[in-house]
Design a protein around this ligand. Structure first.
Ligand SMILES: *Cc1c(COP(=O)(O)O)cnc(C)c1O
Length: 447
């Protein structure tokens, strides 16, 4: 097979994340050159439906007129200036507008059951979800160190959890495949009943195990990390009803800070503006990234509680400052797009549109559930997963099906044995049907 110049350049010079060298099964690199709504085009002119929202982040479609304009308008003013020690126009407005959507008189999609006063209200910017989580951990541990509870150092996370790829997050990760090669770099973990020397991270299986831990060693816990609504990279596994609430109660009772990782679930993915709204509680920290800019720019936010922010206030010589910042923290282009994204949510009633499409995703999945080789279908909001029965003779079946689906105009990736179906919210009902048909054909061609 001959490659075009873009494919040749990619093959010869690029190194791709979470990608093995035979990941295209010999078909050659797929290079995206254009997008429009829920469609993507590659360098050979093939058109695809964006079946996983370009790795779980695109919300309103590609080449979106409003988001494009927001980006261009900001670009005409300034592309980047530093956020260390001073601010920029779109970041200062975005922080206010985001807090208004949580605390203001007309909160986006807010259920009455949560006491909004307890939601976090300070915005700390970074540029990806991993950083947003790592920053929350640093804030929590430093906060307790500065407020007379230096013994609170433990970080707790759950089996199957994924919080990102930097080493602190890898240490918190519950997916062994992603962490095994880097064990020597990880924070000390306490696992499988073996008590390591003063562990820094404890992974727990479920809410019951967490409750026990909170009762016995609650005074040592600084923070509990919880993926909102589902374990995403761990297999698109929706949490059992009551799970998040139980964890939140346990964290509150033992005085630990609850860090709600909304990087995937936030911005309407589960049907709620924030996934944790479904649990009827207010977490201490909320981290946001994937949908924050509608899938346009690398930008992330750690939302922190006011009392934690206040503990960091003091003069220059007090040392009470957060030692974390990136060159591109609060990037003006990203913040400008994120502001427009928030406006789109408000003005175009995106949550209602998502609500209309959820039943279509569910019924399509239910039909696919009867296909040969399918073990189970699952969904939460506009996140669907088709788990295949592993076929060890022919390699990883889910991966082979995703590659075969390209020929039928569908682009997506699996997590483990589960094929992810997570289209942009803007997908038309007709294209949602085509997406399922494409996957069905791909399953038939492989199974
Ligand atoms: C993707 C993801 C992250 C990591 O975000 P990056 O921007 O890829 O670093 C963290 N948590 C969850 C739940 C995610 O899905």
């Amino acid at each position: 097979m001959s490659f075009d110049p873009l494919q040749t350049a990619d093959r010869n010079y690029s190194w791709h994340p979470f990608t093995s060298s035979d990941d295209d099964l010999g078909a050659g690199p797929l290079v995206i050159v254009r997008g429009e709504g829920e469609y993507l085009w590659d360098s050979r002119g093939n058109r695809y439906l964006d079946g996983n929202s370009s790795i779980w982040c695109n919300l309103h479609g590609h080449n979106h007129p409003r988001l494009n304009r927001a980006l261009r308008d900001q670009l005409a003013k300034i592309a980047h200036s530093s956020f260390l020690g001073h601010s920029n126009e779109p970041a200062s407005l975005l922080a206010k507008e985001l807090i208004d959507t949580l605390h203001g008189p007309a909160p986006l999609g807010f259920p009455g059951s949560v006491d909004r006063r307890h939601l976090p209200s300070r915005v700390f910017f970074s540029d990806n979800g991993s950083c947003a989580n790592e920053i929350a951990a640093k804030m929590a541990v430093q906060y307790f160190g500065m407020t007379g509870q230096p013994q609170r150092k433990l970080l707790v996370a759950f089996a199957n959890a994924y919080h990102g790829d930097t080493m602190l997050n890898v240490s918190l990760g519950g997916v062994g495949t992603f962490s095994r090669p880097y064990e020597s770099l990880m924070l000390r973990r306490e696992e499988d009943g073996h008590t390591a020397d003063s562990p820094q991270v404890i992974l727990v299986e479920d809410a019951a195990e967490f409750s026990t831990l909170a009762e016995t060693r609650g005074a040592q816990i600084a923070a509990v990390f919880l993926e909102s609504s589902l374990h995403g990279a761990g297999g698109m596994l929706p949490h059992a009803p009551g799970f998040m609430t139980q964890v939140a109660q346990g964290a509150r009772t033992c005085g630990a800070l609850l860090i709600m990782d909304e990087v995937l679930a936030g911005f309407g993915r589960t049907g709620h503006f924030l996934g944790c709204y479904a649990g009827g509680f207010a977490p201490d920290f909320i981290t946001l990234s994937k949908g924050l800019t509608g899938g346009y720019m690398p930008l992330a936010i750690t939302l922190a509680p006011e009392h934690v922010y206040e503990a960091f206030s003091g003069d220059y010589y007090s040392g009470r400052l957060l030692y974390h910042g990136h060159t591109y923290t609060a990037h003006p282009l990203g913040c400008a797009v994120a502001r427009e994204n928030l406006k789109i949510f408000q003005e175009e009633d995106i949550l209602a549109q998502v609500a209309q499409k959820i039943p279509l995703l569910e019924s399509g999945l239910a039909r696919l559930g009867k296909s040969p080789g399918v073990k189970e279908v699952r969904s939460i909001g506009l996140i669907g997963a088709v788990e295949m029965i592993p076929d060890k003779c022919r390699g990883d079946r889910a991966r082979a099906i995703c590659l075969a689906a390209r020929a039928y105009g569908l682009l997506t990736r699996p997590v483990g044995d589960s094929i992810v179906l997570m289209p942009p919210y803007c997908i038309s009902p007709e294209n949602l049907t085509l997406l399922f048909e494409a996957l069905e054909k791909a399953i038939d061609s492989i199974t």
